[in-house]
Design a protein around this ligand. Structure first.
Ligand code: MOS
Length: 688
């Protein structure tokens, strides 16, 4: 158990430290970094899903004024390591998915580069590809790198003996992350190595991944990312665009090379959430106690690189039951490589089970909140470990009170407002907590300020602000005496802004450095005094199960003529340990919930299996919620400190807002209409 840092700055809604620079256009995003005489890159993408390039004619492209070079697999520099097939761009003539990078044009302007890329003529020998995702795919395989199947007790026997059962298939579609800022890189080679201005969630992780690809030592790669316009996981790991830019910069005559993916390209090369098909089976006795929980998920991955969306995770730990089965199988297809998207695994993996909980509550004639009360585990069902904190029931109770849960229809379809049916729904939410290795440096200046350095990344979440507050409290000074530096591999090593782990991981490092600084130099240090250290390891991380929990409540109106679903009200109640900044935390929660409304109502990436590509690859046809879709979305949290989670007492908040949100909306549409929709998104046709 950690000694908890006293708070003066922590907890208050300090305004964003990066706000003034952002509104004045002075906060440089990767593409805006001032570099000398840059060249512009535009990729050439494959138009087949599988096969190889027979010939590639770049003469017309090269003839255009302003074109400096056209790179293909025939003339591109060789990479030192091609183990990661997603990153091994222009290294061979094979094509593994439609839209894969097969060339790149370097030119004096982005317009000329784009025009020239379109003038590259490619002859292919196409092979028959498979982009057809279905649960009865003939070659479903076990994931290599994912949690093994869970088989506790005997689910089939328990289901046969159960008083009530739900057995149904639920589906979630492919979804794309779509941050506002596209994936963007500027690459520059000089005698020290490679410099990357990159839009990334983790400067050090980019360095760690990219260095071996180019045969470099990590300290020969310098990654700079002070400001990022969102990522939602798609910038958690470098994708092919980073390698392509660095590769092209080896042929630029020493000039920096800039690449900003177009929105359409982001639908192909920047990762996405795999579609899932979830077969969920629940059995319960007459009192609503779960005798069996089964979740068998099928997902897709790319043949060139395995990524497993661990949708089985929540079913392993949410509720107590003596009989449990959780499996995941992959259809390996000739398709773009899936990757992280906000709450990977947990987000889609809570949809089927949390709708199934609504269904079995009805079968047992129980309120869905009461059903969850009756199935609350004493300790973590997956590991048997005690929870550092599990206050799901408090979240449900608090939410029920605030949301007016007693106004829910006792029977679906009772409440009518004009041509709209109105209903309420609830779902649980969860996200695991972990801390990752990070270091921080504290130094003192003659002007009375403390420089606090850590290679963290603020992808729009508020890290500039939250870490300033943490540093101020850790050093016992007011926030204006802290000069924070983040977003650069020249700073101490920091973990990725991902897995909802950033603030706690980086904060623990800052606290460790501040503690050591104060112990060594006291409160009146000499100018130049400096300490750099990592957060100590903490046995509690091994001994306890640590998760954030939440309850999502939704009110919906479903139009009886058109089937349109609206969400006039939504409330999330979260238990996430100590909240560092009330303003930025609220933004994280309601941002996640808004993204959950998008998942519930709008978002789906449609794969045309004939071509192996996502066809609705822009904002005209891939719908994200807009202002008119988001009405009263509110988030509150339980006042708590989790001392087992570390010296901040904080767990993660970045992803839990989306988990369970779509299930709450779907459950509300059932309460409104009596129509049970098990396939996302909840488009109007499904209610007519
Ligand atoms: Mo988040 S999907 O772990 O960046």
């Amino acid at each position: 158990m950690s000694e908890i840092l006293e708070s003066t700055e922590i907890g208050r809604p300090m305004v964003r430290q990066d706000g003034p620079a952002k509104v004045r256009g002075l906060a440089p995003y990767a593409y805006e970094q001032p570099v000398q005489d840059p060249l512009h890159l535009h990729p050439v993408q494959s138009t087949i899903a599988l096969g190889c390039i027979v010939s590639i004619d770049t003469s017309a492209a090269e003839a255009l004024p302003g074109v400096v070079a056209v790179l293909t697999h025939e003339n591109a520099p060789r990479l030192a390591n091609t183990d990661d097939a997603e990153l091994a761009v222009l290294q061979g003539h094979e094509v593994g998915f439609r839209g894969q990078f097969i060339g790149a044009v370097l030119a004096e302007s982005p317009e000329v580069a784009r025009q020239a890329a379109a003038a590259v003529v490619v002859d292919y020998e196409a092979e028959e590809h498979d982009a057809d995702f279905r649960a009865d795919h003939p070659q479903l395989t076990e994931p290599n790198a994912a949690t093994a199947d869970t088989f506790d007790g005997d689910v089939d026997t328990a289901l046969r003996a159960a008083a009530h059962t739900v057995e149904a298939t639920y589906t979630t579609p492919a979804e794309h992350n779509n941050p506002m800022e596209p994936h963007t890189t500027i690459a520059l080679w000089d005698e020290r190595g490679l410099t990357l201005y990159d839009s990334t969630q983790g400067p050090h992780p980019v360095r760690q991944t990219i260095a071996p690809v180019f045969g470099l030592q990590p300290d020969q790669v310098h990654v700079i990312a002070p400001h990022i316009g969102g990522g939602f996981g798609s910038k958690g790991l470098p994708h092919a665009n980073v390698v392509l830019t660095a590769l092209a910069a080896q042929r630029s005559g020493g000039r920096p090379v800039k690449l900003a993916l177009t929105r359409q390209q982001m639908f192909t090369v920047a990762g996405y959430r795999t579609p899932t098909i979830q077969q969920v089976r629940l059995g319960a006795d007459d009192d609503g106690r779960l005798s069996a929980v089964a979740m068998d998920a099928v997902e897709q991955t790319s043949k060139i690189k395995e990524f497993t969306e661990e949708s089985g995770q929540p079913a392993r730990m949410m509720y107590a039951t003596p009989n449990r089965q959780v499996t995941q199988r992959l259809a390996r297809l000739d398709i773009p490589v899936p990757s992280w998207m906000r709450a990977p695994g947990k987000c889609p993996g809570m949809f089927g089970p949390e709708v199934a909980m609504d269904e079995i509550a009805e079968a047992c004639a129980l309120d869905p909140i009461e059903l969850r009360v009756r199935n609350e585990p004493e300790s973590d069902p997956e590991t048997g470990k005690p929870y550092s904190s599990r206050r799901l029931l408090d979240c449900l109770a608090e939410g029920a009170k605030r949301f007016g849960w007693d106004r829910r229809n006792a029977r679906p379809g009772q409440r009518v407002q004009g041509r709209w049916r109105v209903g309420l729904g609830v779902a649980a939410s969860t996200y695991p907590f972990l801390r990752q290795f990070s270091e921080a440096k504290v130094s003192y200046s003659a002007d009375g300020t403390y420089a606090v350095h850590i290679g963290a990344a603020d992808l729009g979440t508020g890290a500039w602000t939250a870490l300033t507050q943490i540093a101020a409290d850790a050093l016992g000074v007011s926030a204006h005496r802290i000069r924070l530096e983040i977003g650069d591999t020249a700073l101490p090593v920091a973990s990725v802004a991902g897995g909802s782990s950033g603030t706690a991981s980086w904060g623990a490092a800052i606290i460790a450095a501040a503690d050591e600084f104060l112990a060594k130099f006291g409160v009146e240090p000499d100018p130049g005094a400096e300490v750099q250290t990592a957060a100590p390891r903490d046995s509690a991380q091994k001994e306890y199960a640590m998760h954030s929990f939440g309850a999502q409540f939704a009110e919906v109106c479903v139009n009886v003529d058109t089937g349109e679903v609206r969400v006039p009200r939504m409330l999330g109640v979260f238990s996430a340990g100590r909240i560092i900044n009330a303003g930025t935390a609220r933004s994280q929660f309601i941002g996640g919930m808004s993204m959950g409304i998008g998942m519930a109502l709008h978002e789906q990436s449609v794969m045309d299996a004939r071509f192996g590509s996502f066809v609705n690859h822009d904002f005209a046809e891939y719908h994200v919620p807009a202002n008119a879709d988001i009405a009263d979305v509110d988030a509150v949290w339980l006042d708590e400190v989790d001392p087992l989670a570390g010296p901040l007492g904080a767990r993660g908040i970045g992803e839990i807002g989306i988990v369970g949100a779509a299930a709450a909306v779907a459950n509300a549409t059932y309460n409104a209409t009596g129509i049970r929709v098990r396939d996302l998104p909840l488009t109007p046709d499904k209610f007519l």
